[in-house]
Design a protein around this ligand. Structure first.
Ligand code: NAD
Length: 455
């Protein structure tokens, strides 16, 4: 009997067309629902202010939408921003520009804020939400960069590479193999199996490491990694322990004297997570007692605010002691600092802003309910999308649905976060002449913050 798969994929002797060609043609023409490209009905001439030298790739995405972009390499102070921001619908910043309540008050046209970085402390998130402005950032674009740095640190620690390289720079030849190990066959313990921990798990297995991880939630392991039930068990078994948890009440000083004592003699600790996750004076003791064979630390409880600033005992009382310990790699919070991560951040935040402005989606917003709807299909020509940011109070949906009641509501979704609620609704067959009246009716409720229509 012939192989059915081979028969299915073979070309017809008559037409020369394979079943795959037929499937593709059918799929392209009949099954794929082409999404309709939406745009804000008002704000045809959207203006974006992009500060702090954000990547040109991001700027290109905005310009491809036909939006006007003012792109500055520097950040602006509060007074400059207050004077300037009133004409813009969106702003893109990194960590230096502060978006305060005063700035938000002056931002009468502002619809959305993009933080082209990981943190969002520079924005008054609550005030932004109360003004109806979602804030987007890019928390996971640098996961791969951090995972790769950990791989480098594993090799460098186990080969005492920084010691040997430093000695040779000072003119000392010191070739030795004592206390230097291959990674192959050793056990890596990953604490926190999220974006970074999971990436690292895959890379580490390719090096022949056996991977254990501990997480507060049950996670499907990648490859042959194994989840262990307690931090203690991981610490007891691992030759290398690497931390990838967020900073929270539960994780501050999660590695302290007791946990260091549970680690194997001669093992190594790596912290690229957050500075306060490790009790550094306790780590110094464990290194001085030679219980640990080395450590790599990229994040610190207090970090200098600018390049060139000292990393000394005034900043962290133990800094000079830590700096003088052998086989300790200290790096200035560079885990996620790569060109690739910067490009990814630019693309991710630019896409989030575009999705919000064009489609109303708040997926990924840090201060807003996350709401999205499946796309309106291209053939649904008369459909429009209502985006209604309102105060989270009783009775709003009843009033909004009354305003929508003359039309067929194809789909709608609403969610709230604290004082703010957000509703998206797609409605059918709305004539162009109805639009201003519809928008007035929805936005005239007491609870209205911002109402936009997209078509
Ligand atoms: N060094 C750098 O430059 C750099 C760059 C990016 C991220 N980070 C930091 O790395 C850390 C991890 O980032 P991520 O993107 O992988 O985060 P993530 O949110 O994707 O994953 C964190 C994981 O930790 C787990 N977790 C939380 N509390 C825990 C606990 N008490 N015990 C065990 N597991 C716990 C969570 O369940 C989650 O799976 C964060 O602190 C982040 O700030 C540092």
């Amino acid at each position: 009997m012939s192989n059915p798969i081979a028969v299915a994929a073979s070309a017809s002797p008559v037409t020369g067309v394979t079943i795959h060609d037929r499937f593709r043609a059918h799929h392209d023409s009949a099954n794929l629902r082409q999404p309709k490209v939406l745009h804000p009905l008002e704000n045809e001439d959207l203006r974006l202010l992009i500060l702090e030298n954000i990547s040109q790739d991001a700027v290109a995405i905005f310009r491809s939408q036909g939006w006007h972009v003012d792109h500055l390499s520097k950040s602006l102070g509060e007074d400059e921003l207050v004077a300037k921001i009133g004409t813009y619908h969106a702003i893109g910043i990194r960590s230096k520009t502060k978006i305060t309540q005063r700035v938000l008050k002056a931002a009468t046209k502002l619809l959305v804020i993009g933080c082209f970085c990981i943190g969002t402390n520079q924005v008054d998130l609550k005030a932004a939400a109360q003004t109806g402005i979602p804030v987007f950032n890019s928390p996971f674009s640098n996961s791969r960069s951090v995972a790769e740095l950990v791989m480098a640190e594993l090799v460098a620690l186990s080969r005492q590479l920084f010691e040997r390289a430093y000695e040779l720079r000072t003119g000392i030849w010191n070739k030795q193999s004592k206390g230097c190990w291959e990674l192959r066959g050793k056990t890596l313990g990953i604490v926190g199996y999220g974006h970074i921990g999971a990436q690292l798990s895959v890379l580490a297995e390719a090096f022949g490491l056996r991977v254990l991880f501990h997480d507060v939630i049950n996670i499907m392991p990648l490859g042959t990694a194994r989840q262990v039930e307690s931090l203690e068990k991981l610490l007891q078994e691992a030759d290398f322990v690497t931390l990838h948890v967020p900073e929270s009440e539960d994780t501050i000083n999660m590695i302290s004297k007791e946990q260091l004592a549970q680690m194997k003699k001669g093992s190594y600790l790596i912290n690229n997570a957050r500075g306060r996750v490790v009790d550094i004076p306790a780590l110094i003791e464990a290194l001085q007692a030679k219980h640990l064979a080395g450590a790599a630390i990229d994040v610190f409880p207090a970090e200098p605010s600018s390049n060139g600033a000292p990393f000394d005992d005034q900043l962290n009382s133990w800094a000079s002691t830590l700096r003088n310990l052998p086989n300790v790699i200290l790096s200035p919070h560079i885990g996620g600092s790569t060109e690739e991560a910067q490009t990814m951040i630019g693309l991710e935040v630019a896409q989030a802003l575009t999705r919000y402005l064009d489609y109303g989606s708040t997926i990924g917003a840090v201060n807003f309910p996350e709401v999205d709807l499946r796309a309106i299909a291209a053939e649904e020509a008369g459909h429009i999308r209502v985006c209604h940011v309102h105060k989270n109070q009783p009775g709003v949906l009843k009033l909004v649905n009354e305003a929508l009641s003359p039309y067929n509501v194809e789909k709608q979704y609403s969610d709230s976060k604290g004082e703010i609620a957000y509703l998206l609704a797609d409605i059918a067959d709305v004539g162009a002449r109805d639009l201003p009246g519809l928008k007035d009716r929805i936005s005239s409720t007491d609870a209205n913050i911002i109402t936009r229509l997209l078509a």
